[in-house]
Design a protein around this ligand. Structure first.
Ligand code: SF4
Length: 329
């Protein structure tokens, strides 16, 4: 959960996640939908899927792996996590190298390297491994990580409080923050989407997200290409998937949402539907029976906000619903 996410965000969710899935076996026996629902809003959903798959491997083996190789074989476990678990839980003398450790080592040795480049990581793993003691490897790894997080910070390292100061080449240079070199920035990609909210008796119409995170619920949402009008894209997109005509289309807000190097701009509308289509073969689910839309097509649901919380969804859906409550109702 802490990969790519801050402690402040995780600490509110970790307890709840553990209460819901107290052991690897509980997690293994849960459905993916339940795991993704509990992960909703944390982003990087591949982590949740991998954690779930890893729990299933552990449950199938009936034991938690206690070797570096066994840990590396689990889905979603890379060299950093395997080394961290191996050293902290089992005392295996393996260096755990994250971004903080890379920074500390580059400064200590005076390396002006690109911290994201693969050859930098390979070189620093060797450097880090040479420093790991035979006993207390877990404490050592945690100490270096904490030093990087709390003392040897990216912009304003506190060299006066650092136990490595006398050995540190970057501190001796007088400009420790110049180490390592600034990484090459990836140019963000801009993506324009149009989204629409349909409300029926205090419920919102939702579809399965085919675009951002598969398996999540989303309001109807479609990509807008250069030169296209968002309202037309929404109208045509909804008519294509629901076979119902769009009416009373009204702009609500323009939202911005970032995921890794993607910058989404979302034109948000509300709309109504003209004439419901004839009944289809699927029977309505319990929470859809009171819906005034008879027999919504498969993969289209009507849910209240409290029902949405029990289904997998991302941060963008929460932003959409907040903007709609504020400006669209
Ligand atoms: S002396 Fe300064 S630059 Fe060197 S490791 Fe410590 S905090 Fe970082």
């Amino acid at each position: 959960m802490l990969q790519q996410t801050t402690v402040e965000v995780v600490e509110k969710r970790w307890e709840r996640f553990l209460a819901r899935f107290p052991s690897a076996f509980d997690l293994a026996h849960a459905s993916e939908r339940a795991v993704l629902a509990e992960w909703s809003g944390l982003g990087y959903y591949a982590r949740a899927r991998n954690l779930h798959r890893a729990a299933r491997v552990i449950a199938a083996c009936q034991e938690f792996p206690n070797t570096l190789e066994g840990l590396r074989d689990l889905p979603g476990i890379g060299p950093y996590t395997a080394a961290a678990v191996a050293s902290i839980a089992f005392g295996i003398p393996e260096a755990s190298v994250d971004g903080n450790v890379v920074r500390v080592l580059c400064r200590l040795r005076g390396f002006k390297l690109d911290p994201k480049a693969p050859h930098t990581l390979a070189r620093l793993r060797n450097e880090a491994q040479a420093l790991v003691p035979a006993r207390g490897a877990g404490d050592h790894n945690q100490a270096v990580m904490e030093l990087g997080a709390l003392v040897c910070t990216p912009r304003a390292p506190r060299c006066g409080a650092c136990p490595l100061r006398k050995l540190c080449k970057a501190a001796a240079s007088g400009k420790p923050e110049a180490f390592p070199r600034a990484p090459q920035r990836v140019k963000p990609r801009s993506i324009h989407l149009v989204a629409g909210v349909v409300e029926r008796r205090k419920k919102v119409l939702l579809v399965e997200d085919e675009y951002m995170v598969k398996g999540h619920l989303s309001v109807p949402m479609f990509p807008v290409r250069d030169g296209e009008r968002p309202a037309n894209v929404l109208r045509k997109g909804w008519e294509r998937i629901a076979r119902r005509a769009v009416t009373a289309l009204r702009p609500v807000a323009t939202l911005r949402h970032s995921v890794l190097d993607r910058r989404y701009v979302v034109s948000l509308f509300t709309f109504k539907e003209k004439t419901p289509s004839p009944p289809r073969s699927r029977q309505p689910e319990a929470d859809e029976r009171s819906s005034p839309i008879p027999f919504p097509p498969s993969k289209i649901r009507l849910l209240s906000p409290s029902q949405i919380a029990r289904h997998p969804h991302g941060g963008l859906l929460l932003k959409v619903l907040a903007a709609w409550r504020e400006h669209g109702r």
